[in-house]
Design a protein around this ligand. Structure first.
Ligand code: FES
Length: 109
């Protein structure tokens, strides 16, 4: 699997999320409380709003437009029938955060 360096640990020291667009996909890199990182698609499955601009609490993101809620750890939408958000593998190399180019849950429902 191919990875790209998309952030550094230092970038996620003050803010707990970095939002970016890679290959036409909105991706968020998140820092959890235990200093672990994960990456997930952050374009809402409804109409594409950036989930990182809405409320995020206990790893649940609420879309700022119409309130769809997603569990960011699983990608599941919690209040609508919707495809999952794609998740991406993360590797830490030194102080760099590398993210897989291919989703890791593409085949999950
Ligand atoms: S765009 Fe996210 S709920 Fe409508």
């Amino acid at each position: 699997m191919d990875y790209l360096k998309l952030a550094t640990i230092d970038e996620l020291t003050k803010r707990k999320v970095k939002s970016l667009s890679i290959l036409g996909r909105k991706i968020g890199i998140f820092k959890r409380d235990n200093d672990r990182f994960f990456a997930v698609e952050t374009g809402c499955k409804h109409q594409g709003a950036d989930l990182t601009t809405g409320k995020i609490e206990n790893n649940v993101a609420t879309c700022p437009r119409h309130g769809w809620k997603y569990d960011l750890l699983t990608g599941r939408c919690l209040n609508h029938a919707s495809p999952r958000l794609r998740k991406f593998d993360v590797k830490i190399i030194g102080k760099e955060i590398h993210v897989s180019l291919q989703p890791v849950n593409e085949t999950e429902e």
